[in-house]
Ligand binder design. Structure first.
Ligand code: ZN
Length: 355
């Protein structure tokens, strides 16, 4: 069974909901949610991108209410987030990840570069990459960029599903097109160039289609979508059209396949009794369109309603089995499970001077 690197989880949001005193423990085996270190180890999960996600109107500590609140808003667009609050809560949640690293006694490492990541994978140390899901904590003049980079943020989502100073996200619409509004702002275009220059990975999950094409035109780095699926199989606003998939392939980028049932099912229903074949069919389709080199995993653990058959992170071996049944094997399977993320992270983290 290959070890796995995963492109997206919302574990920090569950462990440390902004505004609430609750501090779940990542290092101990729990019953709640999808992900903690003991369960990750059991599942062969070697690491992943840990999102810092700030939401208006959170239901602190209540995961069911949190997941429900997402579906209740369907298909509305979220209002913009107050940037001052975004920065404050980002620092607090990031602090929790530093605490986890320290308290782990070497079992978890906050990864800042590709050598770091490779070392963790070689030595069985759980590798956490810090990701901002939405750029609200940054100011439009990007004066906070170097600080956040220096602090360990290595992946930046331009938007969540709402507008901000840099671009506009897609609403949770079904059925719907990802073409839901204007492209990047001037500040957004500047942000893309700055990320290229500094070697910050840009994540286009939740970004609308015009914003996607703006990035495709400006960026010199591979196009990365951390958690999404195929629009041709599930016409959700969050999913990627064939043209987008081809652009990702041509940039040598990657799509992390989302486990969120409403972004996988052809009827868009939030039904946990979704067979793993539905997930595997997306994997097949994405690999057909782009080649297996451009497919990876982006579970959205602790951030989405996932198939009951997966349950939590310990269901990852069943995901692998479903991929094997769909024909993935050998080097291709290894690449999908881990290698493609490692390659694209390394390429994205290489500073580029020419833009
Ligand atoms: Zn997300």
């Amino acid at each position: 069974m290959p070890t796995i690197f995963d492109g997206h989880n919302d574990c920090l949001t569950r462990l440390y909901p902004p505004g609430a005193p609750a501090r779940g423990n990542f290092l101990e085996r729990g019953q709640d949610g999808h992900l903690d270190l003991p369960r990750a180890r059991e599942a062969g999960l070697a690491g992943g991108l840990f999102a810092i996600f700030i939401e208006e109107n959170r239901h602190p500590g209540d995961e069911q209410a949190f997941l429900q609140s997402r579906s209740d808003r369907f298909p509305l667009m979220d209002p913009p987030l107050d940037p001052a609050r975004a920065l404050q809560e980002t620092l607090e949640v990031a602090g929790r990840l530093f605490e986890i690293e320290r308290e782990s006694g070497g079992a978890v490492r906050l990864v800042r570069g590709i050598e770091d990541l490779q070392w963790c994978l070689d030595h069985g140390v759980f590798a956490a990459v810090m990701h901002l899901e939405g750029a609200e904590a940054l100011d439009p003049d990007l004066r906070r960029m170097e600080f956040l980079l220096g602090a360990g943020v290595r992946s930046l989502g331009l938007t969540w599903s709402r507008p901000n100073a840099f671009g506009t996200g897609v609403p949770f619409g079904f059925p719907g097109s990802p073409d839901t509004g204007p492209g990047l702002t001037l500040a957004g275009r500047r942000l893309v160039r700055e990320c290229n220059r500094l070697g910050m990975m840009l994540d286009l999950a939740h970004l609308n289609e015009q914003g996607f094409w703006d990035v495709a035109r400006i960026s010199q780095a591979p196009l990365v979508v951390s958690h999404s699926a195929a629009h041709a199989l599930c016409p959700s606003c969050r999913n990627l059209t064939d043209r987008q998939l081809e652009a990702i392939r041509d940039s040598d980028g990657v799509v992390g396949l989302n486990f969120c049932v409403s972004d996988l099912r052809s009827d868009g229903r939030r039904d946990p009794d979704t067979p793993l074949e539905v997930l595997a069919r997306h994997a097949e389709y994405l690999a057909e369109r782009m080649g297996p080199r451009h497919l990876a995993l982006g579970s959205d653990f602790d951030g989405a309603l996932i198939p009951r058959e997966i349950g939590d992170v310990t269901g990852l071996p069943r995901v692998i089995q479903a991929l094997e049944k769909a024909g993935f094997q050998g080097e291709d399977l290894q690449a999908v499970c881990q290698g493609n993320w490692v390659r694209v992270l390394g390429e994205s983290w290489r500073p580029r001077s020419g833009s």
